[in-house]
Ligand binder design. Structure first.
Ligand code: ZN
Length: 81
């Protein structure tokens, strides 16, 4: 049996995420958002480094319905975040 693994490109963009503190105040935090190029599923994570991008891709593997026999790569692997 041959399993073909395909790459799915995720578009990565910088976003400003809102987070609610326990005291009820809203704070804006820089983050990144990945969008699955196949179905449009989005994941977000705080921070703007490569680690944050990778976290988005891991979340994508977990949440996105296209993840079977696929793995996700960012559209800007060489970008400095
Ligand atoms: Zn998808």
């Amino acid at each position: 049996m041959v399993i073909i693994i395909t790459k799915i490109i995720c578009e990565i963009e910088r976003v400003s995420l809102e987070t609610e503190y326990f005291d009820g105040t809203i704070h804006k935090i820089d983050g990144v958002r990945a969008t699955c190029s196949k179905c449009g599923h989005q994941t977000e994570s705080y921070g703007t480094g490569t680690k944050s991008v990778n976290r988005c891709l891991v979340l994508m593997n977990r949440e996105c319905e296209c993840s079977e026999n696929n793995f996700y790569v960012s559209d800007s692997q060489d970008a400095t975040w």
